[in-house]
Design a binder for this molecule. Structure first.
Ligand SMILES: NC(=O)c1ccc[n+]([C@@H]2O[C@H](COP(=O)([O-])OP(=O)(O)OC[C@H]3O[C@@H](n4cnc5c(N)ncnc54)[C@H](OP(=O)(O)O)[C@@H]3O)[C@@H](O)[C@H]2O)c1
Length: 348
């Protein structure tokens, strides 16, 4: 669950409603600025005897400002403190993020994500994190990680829905025993207006006629069909809602099955469209520089991918301006202005 616009009491209430409805997997991140409220909700439901710690699956994410080896535990410890937990079930390293900016330039860091991963492995060894995974990693990044690391990523959390089917990624992850988590399953209809891309933007996945027809046939809602689509492929899915009736509705997807024809029709909607353009806006210097030395020694596909990344990095640096706002506590600009800076702890 990402940060909500409403007050924290409201947000805590939404998490409590989700737990009461049966949700046990909570997705958060330090940068979502909601971990204190999630911690309160977890505490409250534990005190009421509704849940025990071991019933829950709590996922958080390392922030891009904390990639230096000594900073990685700092970010985790902050999340644990805010969530009032002594361990996480899964901690994710993002593959691409919005880095802070200063004087119009992105403050990226050149730490190789493979080295960051070694820091993640150390967290797992410490017992503060049960599993480690990645988010928004490409197949190329996963291949490199698998080739160089001791602990393979347990999960890749990526955007997935019928407008972004990603068959290659699904097959690759299955072949490597990497579980997938699908985010933005409804195409993130509440994303900020600056992330909409005009009339051609097919942002109404929930209103797509193909989805609507399948929903009508099964006497379920379009949202339930879009969730069932993942579950039926063995993919975990993390919808977001702060409305109690939607929170409940989204749990009711285990009492029907989509036919092979339904699945084909849904996959047929694929158009390679992403709701979260942040990931392509923020192809970082980190990705470029860490992959470059390797690619210079390798021909073909790898070299092409690198050229593609460098291209994207330059192309989208400008677009990412729209996604950055001035931080509430310092002059550096962030993707999320309400997240207090931890700049004194980082190396960028
Ligand atoms: N790793 C990453 O880079 C990354 C990026 C983006 C998101 N995520 C994760 O994925 C989660 C979900 O992604 P998201 O928020 O982008 O998109 P989403 O789940 O596709 O969309 C959320 C929107 O759908 C609406 N909705 C929920 N249930 C509904 C229903 N049954 N009927 C109609 N509308 C419904 C919600 O409105 P109401 O509140 O009004 O119900 C909300 O506006 C996030 O909270 C975050 O944890 C991860």
């Amino acid at each position: 669950m990402q940060e909500q616009s409403a007050g924290s009491f409201f947000f805590q209430g939404a998490v409590e409603a989700a737990i009461a409805a049966g949700y046990r997997h909570i997705d958060t991140a330090y940068s979502y600025n909601n971990e204190v409220d999630i911690g309160k909700a977890l505490c409250s439901k534990t005190k009421q005897g509704i849940i025990r710690r071991q019933d829950m699956f709590i996922v958080s994410k390392l922030w891009c400002t904390h990639h230096a080896p000594e900073d990685i535990p700092v970010c985790l410890n902050k999340s644990l403190k805010d969530l009032q937990l002594d361990y996480l079930d899964l901690y994710l390293k993002m593959g691409d993020e919005l880095f802070p900016k200063k004087d119009g330039k992105m403050l990226t860091c050149d730490i190789d994500y493979v080295d960051v991963w070694r820091g993640m492995e150390a967290l797992q060894a410490s017992g503060k994190v049960k599993s480690i995974g990645v988010s928004n990693f490409s197949i190329l990044q996963l291949k490199r990680l698998l080739a160089l690391c001791r602990v393979p990523p347990a999960v890749n959390q990526i955007e997935l829905h019928p407008y972004l089917v990603q068959t290659d990624m699904i097959e690759f992850c299955k072949s490597k025993n990497i579980a997938l988590t699908a985010y933005s399953p409804f195409g993130s209809p509440a994303r900020p207006p600056e992330l909409f891309r005009g009339d051609t933007d097919p942002h109404k996945l929930l209103e797509d006629p193909v989805v609507a027809d399948i929903a009508k046939k099964h006497r379920h809602s379009p949202a339930q069909v879009l969730l069932r689509y993942h579950v039926q492929q063995g993919i975990a899915v993390i919808p977001k809602s702060d409305k109690p009736h939607h929170i409940l509705e989204n749990t009711k997807m285990f009492d029907f099955s989509l036919t092979e024809e339904d699945m084909r029709a849904l996959r047929g909607l694929d158009r390679g469209w992403r709701a979260c353009i942040a990931d392509c806006c923020s192809v970082s210097q980190n990705q470029v520089s860490s992959i470059l030395p390797l690619c210079l020694r390798l021909p073909g596909e790898w070299r092409e991918q690198t050229a593609h990344w460098i291209d994207e990095y330059h192309k989208h640096q400008q677009a990412s301006d729209q996604l950055h706002t001035v931080c509430c506590t310092c002059s550096i600009t962030h993707c999320n202005s309400s997240v207090p800076c931890l700049h004194n702890n980082n190396r960028i």
